[in-house]
Design a protein around this ligand. Structure first.
Ligand code: DC
Length: 228
């Protein structure tokens, strides 16, 4: 019996670049699995608050990350994934800006990243995986045959986040979002641990003026070309 190969396409980029939606659509189109690595950092942030672990306590955070009791449950179509932390459904809760900021802080801690390495690699199963994050192409799946880096202007990304939060019925303020995104971008880019940067062999796509479907089609076409 020939062993089935698990392919991977990495999709990295800053918050609001469209990564989440584009990655989900691609996973659906290809019938592949999906890794939302940002959710893992959000979960570590949330769990550390719940267990009163200080963000300065790096070892405490790493231990928590290594033993994180999480479950990703997909519906039959693989379209919607519900996320459980210690048995509680936190799917919507972890999308708040507060959780995003906590995630960005714990994500700067190298031992936390190390603790999540194998957990992320374990998502790689046949027929393939769309891996969404900041370091998917640089650190977690460096041998991926197709690496995408999505970007968009700060204003466009803030306005997308604003709409997303409103749709989810969460509080949102555009000016505050702009400031928070700029701070988070800077932290994600300037940290020493796996900074947000395009892999040398990544294809960069600016999504500021493109529709979601257009970008999905572009990445899909790139994948077909890689396989020619
Ligand atoms: O994609 P997101 O907004 O859910 O990610 C939340 C934070 O987690 C983001 O500010 C940076 C961090 N992150 C990371 O450092 N590495 C990843 N692979 C994914 C997210």
């Amino acid at each position: 019996m020939t062993e089935q190969v698990a392919e991977v396409i990495t999709i990295d980029g800053p918050s609001g670049s469209g990564k989440g939606t584009i990655s989900r659509l691609l996973a659906n189109k290809l019938g592949w699995h999906f890794l939302d690595s940002g959710a893992l950092y959000r979960l570590v942030g949330l769990a550390s608050r719940r267990h009163a672990i200080d963000f300065e306590d790096k070892q405490g955070l790493a231990t928590l990350a290594a033993h994180l009791d999480v479950e990703f449950v997909s519906d039959d179509e693989g379209w919607e994934t519900r996320i459980f932390l210690e048995g509680e459904d936190v799917t919507n809760g972890i999308r708040s800006e507060e959780c995003g900021n906590d995630a960005s802080r714990v994500a700067a801690v190298q031992v936390v990243r190390d603790a999540l390495f194998e957990r992320q690699r374990a998502f790689l199963r046949p027929p393939g995986l769309i891996a969404d994050g900041r370091d998917m192409g640089t650190v977690i799946f460096p041998t991926a045959r197709l690496k995408i880096f999505l970007t968009a202007s700060l204003e466009e990304r803030a306005s997308r986040r604003y709409k997303q939060l409103k749709e989810k019925g969460l509080n949102a303020n555009l000016a505050a979002l702009l400031d928070e995104l700029a701070i988070r971008d800077e932290r994600d880019k300037s940290r020493s641990a796996a900074p947000l940067v395009a892999a040398k062999d990544a294809v960069t796509i600016d999504t500021s003026n493109s529709g979601i479907d257009e970008v999905v089609a572009e990445v899909y076409a790139l994948w077909l070309r890689v396989n020619e």
